[in-house]
Design a binder for this molecule. Structure first.
Ligand code: ZN
Length: 158
């Protein structure tokens, strides 16, 4: 078995969609980034890559590459699954946090889990997403940014 950790942060800004776990969430601000800036999916990708010491998301999907401009992060997640499979591993489970003061995410969590489980071809009970606030402290608590953390456990498929 192998375990990996992932972290990501994106800044909230005007004139961008807020996309978390592949769900477009109605809000006056969205996350700034080269891709769709899906901070949750980026943290999950890094946890999967980290579990097999396959470097990080920026190495595989560089933000200097025009190919990934406004990229759907779900496609990057799908590409990451291929990398894991090529190494002979499968996902046991993923756990994650989204640290976000506003908007409230509770009503969107199940849809995010469904999206991610479909792309990764796992059961719903293999993907956990927890939404937290930061009690109005620091950049996430002040609504300037959204942070995501993830851990992923893999096991050999051979
Ligand atoms: Zn990111």
């Amino acid at each position: 078995m192998r375990i990996g950790i992932g972290y990501d942060i994106h800044k909230l800004t005007e004139n961008r969609d807020l996309i978390l776990g592949g769900v477009k969430i109605p809000y006056e601000l969205g996350l700034l980034g080269h891709s769709d800036a899906d901070v949750l999916v980026h943290a999950i990708i890094d946890s999967m890559l980290g579990a097999l010491a396959l470097r990080d998301i920026g190495y595989h999907f560089p933000d200097t590459d025009e190919k990934y401009k406004n990229a759907n992060s779900m496609n990057l997640l799908s590409e990451t699954l291929k990398l894991i499979k090529n190494e002979g591993y499968k996902i046991v489970n993923i756990d994650s946090n989204i640290i976000c003061q506003k908007p409230k995410l509770m009503n969107y969590i199940d849809e995010m889990r469904k999206n991610i489980s479909q792309v990764l071809n796992i059961e719903l009970n293999q993907i956990s997403i927890k939404a937290k606030t930061n009690e109005k402290m620091d950049s996430t608590g002040n609504g300037i940014a959204i942070v995501a953390n993830a851990v992923c456990l893999l096991e050999s498929d051979v």
